[in-house]
Design a protein around this ligand. Structure first.
Ligand SMILES: [Zn+2]
Length: 152
């Protein structure tokens, strides 16, 4: 399960609308608590795809490295990624699976129809590189940011 604050959830969906008709993308930081990924911070990133930004995304690798450093400093880790699907369903594509490499992480997809965010779904990347799959996971939205124990 992915646990996310209403604030971070809204930010991801706002990013999806703001980037329309292009895909937005970003990194999600957090902690693993009782086998649930708990979001502590959402980090919007630049979509590097200049050729097909409306149907593909590529997170600037420098921003991923910066996010890893930021997570370390906060005693957290990267627990997922998000992107949007302008005028397409919030379901992962074959390309999304192919380009996903962070196992046991959440991949959030928000559908944006005519500039409005509709469904947001999350998938966990399971398996190994030669035998990977996305499994749908539940998103639990909590109303306020909570103080969470930091895993040492
Ligand atoms: Zn996609």
């Amino acid at each position: 399960m992915l646990r996310i604050s209403k604030a971070d959830y809204d930010l991801i969906r706002w990013e999806a609308e703001r980037s329309y008709p292009h895909e937005c993308c970003g990194v999600i930081l957090g902690n693993l608590v009782d086998d649930h990924r708990v979001v502590t911070l959402t980090v919007p990133c630049e979509n590097m795809r200049r050729d097909t930004p409306a149907s593909r995304y590529s997170i600037n690798p420098e921003q991923v490295i910066a996010a890893v450093k930021l997570a370390r400093r906060r005693g957290e880790s990267i627990i997922g990624f998000y992107h949007s699907h302008p005028d397409h369903p919030a379901r992962y594509s074959a390309t999304d699976l192919e380009e996903a490499h962070w196992f046991d992480s959440s991949y959030l997809i928000t559908s944006v129809e005519h500039g409005r965010a509709t469904a947001t779904n999350s998938y966990v990347l399971l398996g190994a590189e030669d035998q990977k799959q996305f499994q749908p996971e539940e998103i639990d939205i909590f109303a306020y940011r909570q103080t969470l124990p930091i895993a040492l």
